[in-house]
Design a protein around this ligand. Structure first.
Ligand SMILES: [Fe+2]
Ligand SMILES: [Fe+2]
Length: 237
């Protein structure tokens, strides 16, 4: 079967995904540095390093899709997004746990159903191959975030974790809502050919985020003694 022609939207999206994967690699590497600096368990550090390698593989696969779609520009990497923010008035442990919540518990957890949805309608072989690998890896990346919290709960950080989560989650959920959108009825300009190349309309992103609260965030936080409902409700207003 010949692949449907790639639209400018397809090229733009996969070009963005290359840069996003570089960003994920850099941020995960920075996160692993912090894990080493606080003396986290070597198993956790190993898992983090494997994720850095995964993200670079995702960047390579995304570049292959971009090229197959006719893209020729270099990835537009924004260097300002390639490190984690360190707050001068906070302990490194606080910034580390905040990053774990944002990058892995929130972002990588919703990424699993999102990539599963994108992959479902993808028939262009090179895009399908990229999404096959990405989806497989995102499951481990999600689990890594919750494993970081579980590790923290075995350390003296456990006592402060519920309060830290209560303080940080409202802004983190709000940021996620901004990225995924909240308009479930937004009109779409995505065509069947775009879907075949692995794209989905904005309203699908909003729907998947909303479903992720019930399916993942609420039970996973609750299992760790964290009441995330007020933060979610505040971000959903
Ligand atoms: Fe990735
Ligand atoms: Fe990832």
């Amino acid at each position: 079967m010949t692949a449907p022609a790639a639209s400018a939207r397809v090229r733009q999206e996969w070009q963005n995904r290359i840069a996003a994967e570089y960003g994920s690699a850099a941020i995960t590497q920075h996160f692993v540095l912090w894990l080493i600096q606080v003396g986290a368990s070597p198993d956790l550090i190993d898992d983090g390093l494997a994720i850095v390698a995964d993200e670079l593989a995702h960047a390579q696969l995304s570049a292959e899709v971009y090229a197959a779609a006719g893209g020729t520009a270099p990835p537009a990497i924004d260097r300002r997004n390639l490190e984690l923010p360190r707050r001068a008035d906070r302990a490194l442990e606080d910034d580390l746990l905040t990053a774990a919540l944002q990058v892995f518990c929130l972002n990588e957890t919703v990424a699993v159903p999102l990539f599963a949805h994108l992959r479902e309608a993808t028939t262009v072989e090179v895009a399908r191959a990229a999404l096959d690998r990405i989806l497989l890896d995102e499951v481990r990346h999600r689990d890594f975030g919750w494993a970081c919290l579980d590790w923290a709960l075995t350390t003296p950080l456990a006592a402060g974790l519920p309060a830290l989560a209560a303080a940080e989650l409202p802004a983190l959920f709000a940021g996620l809502r901004t990225n995924y959108g909240s308009d479930l009825d937004a009109p779409t300009a995505i065509t069947d050919a775009d879907r075949a190349w692995g794209l989905a309309p904005a309203r699908d992103y909003a729907r998947i985020l909303a479903a992720t609260w019930d399916r993942d965030y609420a039970p996973r936080f609750a299992a760790r003694g964290i009441d995330a409902a007020p933060a979610w409700a505040a971000a959903s207003r």
